[in-house]
Design a protein around this ligand. Structure first.
Ligand code: F6P
Length: 545
C-alpha cells in the first residue's frame, strides 16, 4: 500500500527538474487551476511543485483508494479505527442537526447535546462567580491539567481567541516536570482556584501526578474537615477513576471511547475555552468546524479543500520525497498551531504498517515543525532561503486583525506574502550582479558577494488566507487540518486513529522510576546504556541531598 502509481511517479520526476516560475509560464491559467476557495477563504497552491494535470492524477488516485467510501464511513460512525474496533466520531461532537447517529446500536447525539448543555451551565456559573470553592469564596482561577490531546487543542484555542477577559484566569499545566505546576500555582489562592483534570483514560501518569500535587496544594490550605474534591472537575471516559480520585460524579463531564484524544477539543475537553471565552465562542468554534465538515463531505474532490491539501501533502511526501513540512502562521494567537499539528499528524500518521498490518511501502508522515511569522523570519528563514534543504512551507494568514493598529497587521500580512514570493522567485541573475557592480565590485570579490547573496528560490509553498482569526474560522481551520490528515492516512492505507507507539516508553518509565526512587539498579537484562545512565542519575541525586 501507498506505493506511488507509475503515472504519478513519472509526473513527479519530470516536475522535479522544472523551475516553479516556469510552471506559471507554461499554464497561463495556473492561478485559477491551483487556487481553492471556500467561503471567504483562499488557498493558493500555485507555488507548489505540481500542475493541474498532476492534481487530476491525484484525484484519480484518491478515487482508486476509495476515499469517498472512507469519508462516508468516518461520518457514519463506522469502525474506522480498526485496530481498536472503534469509530472516530469527533465530527459528531460538532454536529448541529438533530439526526441520530448510532454507535453499537445506540444514538450518541443525546449524550453529546446533554454534555454541551453542562459545559454551557458550568462555564456560565464560573464566569458569573456563582461557583464557590470549599470555603464558599467564588472561584476566580482555573488550572487545566491534561497532556497531549487533553491539553494541546484547548490551550491552542484559548490562546488564539482575543478577549474579552472573563474575569477568570485559565492556566494550563501538562508537563510532569514540577516546575510547570509550581509556576502555574505561584501567587494563586487555593480557596479560589479550580482544577480541571482532563484525561480520556484517567490513567495518564503526568496528569495524575499533577492532579495529586494539586489536591495536596488545595488540602494543605483548607480548614480541617473541608473536602478538596469540590476544587476539581473531571473530564474523562473513565468516570470511576475520576470519582475514586475524589471528584463528585456530578462534576465529571463525559468523554467517549469513540473520540480520539487528539480529536477531543470539541468535547468537554474544550471546557476551558467556554470558561475563558464564553459558551458562545465555544459554540461558534463548533459551528465553524461543522461548516468545514459539510464541505469535506460534499464538495467534489478537485474543489474540496481538505482533500486537495491532503493530496498535496501525500504528493510532497511520497511522490516528491520531502521528509519535512513547515507550518508558519502569521498570527501571534496561533503560536501553538505547530505543536497541535505535530500531535495531530505525527501521532495519526507516524506509522509503518497499513490497516491490515502490512509494511507501508515508502514514507509516511513527514516531520512537521514551524513557528509564527514574523518571528520565524528572524530564526529559521535564512535556512529556508539559502540552506541546502528544500522543505515546503505552509503560510497560514488571517487577514483582518484581532487588535489595532491596522498598520501593523498590514505589515504582518505583507511579510507573509513576501516570504512566499521570495521562496518562489529567489534573488540572483543579472540584476544582482549589476547591483554589486554598481557598488564598485568586480572579478573575484564580485563573484564572492554574488554567491553569498544569491537566493536560489524555486522553493514550494502554500498560502492559506482566512478572513480573520475568530472562533468560527479557527474551528474551520482545525477541522480542515483534521480532515486533511485523514485524507493522507487513506492514501497511505494506514489507521490514523491509534497510537500504540507511545505505549512502550510509558511502560519502560515505570521500572526506571521505581529504580530511581529507591536507589536500586535495573535488572541485568536491561541494556547497558540505560543501566549506566540510571547509575549516574543515582550519584547526581545523592550529591544534591
Ligand atoms: O500521547 C499519547 C496519548 O495517549 C494521546 O493520544 C492522548 O492525547 C494523551 O496521551 C493523553 O491521554 P489521556 O487523555 O488519556 O490522558
Amino acid at each position: 500500500m501507498s506505493s506511488v502509481p507509475e503515472s504519478i511517479a513519472t509526473a513527479a520526476r519530470a516536475l522535479r527538474r522544472d523551475r516553479l516560475t516556469d510552471l506559471f509560464a507554461r499554464d497561463p491559467e495556473r492561478v485559477t487551476h491551483l487556487s481553492l476557495a471556500w467561503e471567504d477563504w483562499r488557498i493558493d497552491c500555485t507555488k507548489e511543485r505540481w500542475t493541474a494535470d498532476a492534481l487530476a492524477l491525484l484525484v484519480a488516485h484518491a478515487e482508486a483508494c476509495n476515499l469517498e467510501h472512507w469519508i462516508a464511513a468516518l461520518f457514519a460512525g463506522e469502525k474506522v479505527n480498526l485496530s481498536e474496533g472503534r469509530p472516530a466520531l469527533h465530527t459528531a461532537l460538532r454536529q448541529r442537526d438533530v439526526a441520530p447517529l448510532f454507535v453499537n446500536g445506540r444514538d450518541v447525539m443525546p449524550a453529546i447535546r446533554e454534555t454541551r448543555s453542562r459545559i454551557r451551565t458550568l462555564a456560565g456559573e464560573l464566569r458569573a462567580g456563582r461557583r464557590g470553592g470549599a470555603t464558599g469564596t467564588p472561584i476566580q482561577a482555573i488550572v487545566h491539567l491534561g497532556i497531549g490531546g487533553s491539553d494541546l487543542g484547548p490551550r491552542l484555542v484559548c490562546d488564539a481567541l482575543p478577549g474579552p477577559p472573563s474575569g477568570i484566569d485559565v492556566a494550563f499545566v501538562s508537563n510532569v516536570d514540577p516546575a510547570d505546576l509550581q509556576r502555574a500555582l505561584a501567587g494563586r489562592n487555593p480557596a479560589t482556584t479550580l482544577f480541571i483534570v482532563a484525561s480520556k483514560t484517567f490513567t495518564t501518569q503526568e496528569t495524575l501526578a499533577n492532579a495529586a500535587a494539586a489536591r495536596r496544594w488545595i488540602a494543605a490550605a483548607l480548614p480541617p474537615g473541608r473536602d478538596a474534591g469540590g476544587h476539581f472537575i473531571g473530564v474523562t471516559a473513565n468516570v470511576a477513576a475520576a470519582t475514586a480520585f475524589g471528584i463528585a460524579e456530578s462534576d465529571v463531564l463525559p468523554l467517549w471511547d469513540w473520540v480520539g484524544g487528539r480529536y477531543s477539543l470539541w468535547s468537554a475537553v474544550g471546557l476551558p475555552i467556554a470558561i475563558r471565552h464564553g459558551y458562545d465562542a465555544f459554540a461558534a468554534l463548533l459551528d465553524g468546524a461543522a461548516a468545514m465538515d459539510a464541505h469535506f463531505r460534499t464538495a467534489p474532490f478537485a474543489h474540496n479543500v481538505p482533500v486537495v491539501l491532503g493530496l498535496l501533502g501525500w504528493w510532497n511526501a511520497c511522490a516528491l520525497g520531502h521528509t519535512q513540512r513547515i507550518v508558519v502562521p502569521y498570527a501571534h494567537g496561533l503560536a501553538r498551531l505547530a505543536a497541535w499539528l505535530q500531535q495531530l499528524t505525527l501521532e495519526s500518521n507516524g506509522k509503518r504498517v497499513t490497516r491490515d498490518g502490512a509494511r507501508v511501502f515508502g514514507p509516511t508522515a513527514p516531520a512537521l515543525w514551524g513557528g509564527t511569522g514574523t518571528d520565524s523570519q528572524h530564526a529559521f528563514f535564512q535556512w529556508l532561503h539559502q540552506g541546502t534543504h528544500d522543505v515546503p512551507v505552509e503560510f497560514v494568514v488571517p487577514v483582518r486583525a484581532q487588535y489595532p493598529p491596522a498598520e501593523q497587521q498590514t505589515l504582518l500580512v505583507a511579510n507573509a506574502l513576501a516570504q512566499a514570493q521570495a521562496l518562489l522567485v529567489g534573488r540572483g541573475g543579472d540584476a544582482l550582479r549589476q547591483e554589486l557592480a554598481a557598488l564598485g565590485l568586480q572579478g573575484t570579490p564580485l563573484n564572492a558577494a554574488f554567491a553569498a547573496r544569491e537566493c536560489p528560490g524555486n522553493r514550494a509553498s502554500t498560502t492559506l488566507l482566512l478572513p480573520t482569526l475568530d472562533a468560527a474560522n479557527l474551528g474551520a481551520l482545525l477541522a480542515l487540518y483534521e480532515h486533511r490528515t485523514f485524507v493522507e492516512s487513506v492514501l497511505l492505507g494506514i489507521n490514523a486513529f491509534d497510537q500504540f507507539g507511545v505505549e512502550l516508553g510509558k511502560s519502560l518509565a515505570q521500572p526506571i522510576a521505581a529504580a530511581l526512587g529507591d536507589g536500586r539498579t535495573l535488572p541485568d537484562a536491561t541494556d547497558p546504556s540505560t543501566r549506566a545512565l540510571v547509575k549516574h542519575v543515582h550519584s547526581l541525586m545523592r550529591k544534591r541531598s
